[in-house]
Design a protein around this ligand. Structure first.
Ligand code: HPA
Length: 278
């Protein structure tokens, strides 16, 4: 056991977590990788814990390795709980999205700042029974503004274009949307559409973790795109941009200050500081 690791419950600890979305399964940017099988009340979760220049980082492919899980089957609570148990305080998530906004084009990165939730079957809280009580978590700034600033600065230092705001419409999936739905989402103020940011972002806040989503536009959404959408098209767009995404994540890790000074770490304070069962 190296000295910079805290050791708790037998798990290799990491303060930074990466949740890789569609097409981002590769933790190769880390060295000394170990597989942790983290037991949570929502099931056992496999997480790779490695190091980036001596900084321990946890890597979790959201859909499982090889995209085995469709969005509505992702174990969001297990994933967030597993990262919490590993000591993760800040999560950098990636997600493929379609665009409703002609100024957000395929190939671009968008650091979303708001979401609109159209999911249907997903449990969005750790607090649903017994002595844990009920929690109505504040979502005024769902994505951590401090962590968003660190990512924006990292992109700036890399001279990599990134849009710093955008509203993510989260759908249930796994099907793509109809053009009528896309029109409605656009009227409602959505810029991007994807299937996974909710409830991940909500659960991360309940777990008092900082969370950002780097959205990668893979296509114009249905009815805006001149051709029917395919998963292959999404994967192809991701492949083309994956190196840049990795660079951005690495630079963000390099520029991450040790301590957090945002409100995420106290998100449950006025609600009695009930930790999510751990
Ligand atoms: N819709 C929903 N999810 C997506 C899309 C889309 O067009 N592209 C990538 N993920």
């Amino acid at each position: 056991m190296k000295s910079y690791h805290n050791y708790n419950g037998g798990y290799e600890m990491a303060k930074i977590g990466i949740i890789g979305g569609t097409g981002v399964y590769d933790p190769k940017m880390l060295s000394n990788i170990r597989e942790e099988n983290v037991q949570t009340e929502f099931g056992a979760i496999n997480v790779k814990v490695g190091e980036y220049h001596g900084v321990p980082v946890a890597f979790l492919p959201r859909h499982g390795e090889g995209h085995a899980l469709p969005p509505h089957k992702v174990n969001f609570r297990g994933n967030i709980m597993a990262l919490k148990k590993l000591g993760v305080e800040r999560i950098i998530a990636t997600g493929a999205v379609g665009s409703l906004n002609l100024e957000m084009r395929p190939g671009e990165f968008i650091l979303v700042d708001q979401f609109i939730d159209f999911t249907k079957t997903r449990i969005q809280t750790f607090f649903e029974e017994g002595d844990k009580g009920v929690v109505h978590i504040d979502m005024t700034e769902p994505y951590c503004s401090a962590l968003r600033k660190i990512v924006v600065n990292a992109a700036k230092n890399l001279e990599m274009p990134i849009k710093t705001k955008g509203t993510y419409v989260c759908t249930e999936g796994p099907r793509f949307e109809t053009p009528a739905e896309i029109k409605m989402y656009s009227f409602l103020g959505g810029d991007l559409v994807g299937m996974t940011s909710v409830p991940e972002v909500v659960l991360a806040r309940e777990a008092e973790m900082c969370y950002v989503t780097i959205a990668m536009v893979t296509n114009f959404a249905a009815g805006i795109s001149p051709t029917p959408l395919t998963h292959a098209e999404v994967l192809d767009a991701i492949r083309k941009n994956n190196e840049n995404l990795k660079k951005l994540i690495i630079r963000t890790i390099e520029e991450m200050p040790q301590q957090r000074d945002c409100a995420c770490q106290n998100a449950l304070k006025e609600l009695g500081s009930l930790g999510p069962g751990i």
